[in-house]
Ligand binder design. Structure first.
Ligand SMILES: Cc1cc2nc3c(=O)[nH]c(=O)nc-3n(C[C@H](O)[C@H](O)[C@H](O)COP(=O)(O)O)c2cc1C
Length: 206
């Protein structure tokens, strides 16, 4: 069993990596990451995840190009978005163009039989728990990747492209939770600041 300090060290040193060198990721390492994902907690142990691994660089590049077009279309429709912010957002959603691997994480949609439970609930999936389960599996992948010397970055900005589900041929009954760009980091990555504990947590007495 690893200690708290070892775990914290692992979590503190993980970074979102957005630039990758030319090295390919081995199939063995990809299997290790998916194995880590498999052991995440999930709602009713339903394991509502599905992962699609893309490792054809040309395909990934083409997908990023389609996402760029989709995001630009979307952002053009929002006049209040300043052009400078739009450009940054498109970059945030398409940097994966040069990634050697892209993992598409998908969650099952909540089961239809439970629909009456969702009456009046603003966001049924949050109550049902499928996206959260998949998010936990994605964090397992990020941490496992870090132990293997790989760099990764979770992305949801590409979901702004309306046709992403079609482009990725997402199976019926599933939705995209997010994407993970993966590879070997090219250069160091700076450490984004964190809010202080006092800022984010309180010991409450209701
Ligand atoms: C739900 C979620 C969505 C994210 N989407 C994107 C994204 O679309 N593009 C991107 O470059 N980074 C994305 N990130 C990465 C964050 O920008 C990053 O985690 C944050 O800046 C903190 O940096 P760190 O991961 O290195 O600690 C996302 C992270 C999360 C958790």
């Amino acid at each position: 069993m690893i200690t708290y300090d070892q775990l914290l060290e692992l979590m503190l040193s993980r970074r979102s990596v957005r630039r990758f060198d030319e090295r390919a990721v081995s199939r063995e390492d990809l299997d290790r990451l998916l194995e880590a994902a498999r052991w995440a907690p999930s709602n009713h142990n339903r394991q509502p995840w599905r992962f699609m691994v893309l490792d054809d660089r040309a395909q990934i590049r083409e997908l990023a190009e389609q996402v760029r077009l989709g995001m630009e279309r979307k952002l053009q429709a929002l006049p209040e978005v300043a052009a400078v912010h739009a450009a940054g957002l498109v970059q945030y959603g398409t940097f994966f163009s040069a990634a050697p691997v892209l993992i598409v994480a998908m969650h099952k949609l909540p089961i239809a039989a439970a629909a009456p439970l969702w009456d009046g609930t603003r966001n049924p999936e949050l109550v049902s728990g499928e996206p959260l389960s998949v998010a936990m599996a994605m964090q397992n992948i990020l941490l496992a990747a870090h132990t293997l010397g790989l760099g990764a970055c979770v992305m949801t900005a590409p979901l702004l492209a309306d046709d992403l589900t079609t482009l990725l041929q997402v199976p019926p009954g599933f939705a995209i939770t997010g994407l993970i760009a993966l590879g070997y980091a090219d250069g160091a990555v700076s450490i984004p600041r964190r809010k202080s504990l006092a800022h984010i947590a309180e010991f409450a007495n209701l």
